[in-house]
Design a protein around this ligand. Structure first.
Ligand code: SF4
Length: 257
């Protein structure tokens, strides 16, 4: 009996010691955390994003809707352009029929500061039909930093710019891997069976684009054009001296030499 009491008393003392130790450790941790992080709450990285107002030719946007957006952004509607100092500062717009001159304010975008500048927008049928500077020149954004499909859409939205021209601008002018499909690329791709025989130029571009790795697009384009001009010509291609004749199903070829 006496032995049992002694064991219980020892266990109780051990429990109290453990409890006191755990309490002391908790207090120590609390002190460490407070010491380390006190006053640093506002040093945490933080970034505030705003919704950019995107404008480009071909965009579905009615002129009154854009005016509403500009008013919400604090832009002032003017009857005519302001004095040069205010004009350079931006923050205003002037409507003239279906045309809108806008003095854009300077702002900081994700790729760096953008200066204040003026743009002229023309509207037709509820869409932006042209976006130029005030002297009628087209100002393009940095095409290399855009997604290929978006850059293609932007360029083909310009008056008189088709898909082939837009792809050439992207491939040769901006080093974006967009494959232009001209008559040679189209013909050789179909004869080689790279795309279906009935594929039009747009489908051919999309199919080639999906299959070709971006770093190979430039070389493939140049090779297909050269091959189409020198060997796989439109009438009676030179299949007998073609370096890829063993691989070619010669789709639709008549009178090969
Ligand atoms: S084999 Fe004839 S059809 Fe085929 S790619 Fe060569 S030239 Fe053109």
């Amino acid at each position: 009996m006496w032995q049992r009491k002694k064991i219980l008393r020892t266990a109780g003392i051990a429990f109290l010691v453990l409890l006191a130790g755990a309490g002391a450790f908790t207090l120590y941790l609390d002190h460490r955390v407070r010491t380390e992080f006190e006053g640093r709450r506002f040093a945490l990285p933080a970034r505030i994003y705003a919704r950019p107002l995107e404008l480009h030719a071909g965009q579905r946007l009615a002129l009154p809707d854009l005016e509403d957006e500009l008013r919400e952004l604090g832009y002032k509607a003017l009857i005519e352009k302001p004095d040069p100092a205010r004009e350079a500062e931006g923050g205003w717009y002037v409507r003239s029929g279906e045309r809108l001159d806008v003095g854009l304010r300077a702002f900081v975008f994700w790729d760096g500061p953008q200066p204040a500048r003026q743009v002229r927008l023309a509207f037709d049928g509820g869409a932006v039909s042209a976006l130029t500077d005030t002297e009628g020149r087209v100002a393009l954004p940095n095409l290399r930093r855009m997604r290929r499909t978006r850059a293609l859409k932007l360029l083909t939205g310009l008056p008189g710019v088709g898909r082939k021209t837009a792809s050439c601008v992207l491939l040769f002018g901006a080093h974006v891997a967009a494959i232009p499909v001209d008559t040679h690329v189209h013909r050789v791709s179909r004869r080689l069976g790279l795309v279906p025989d009935k594929a039009d130029a747009v489908t051919t571009q999309e199919l080639l684009q999906a299959e070709i790795a971006p770093p190979d697009v430039y070389d493939l384009h140049m090779l297909l054009i050269r091959h189409g001009r020198e060997v796989c010509i439109a009438r009676r291609p030179f299949c007998s001296r073609c370096p890829v004749s063993a691989l070619c199903p010669r789709v639709g070829v008549v009178g090969a030499r």
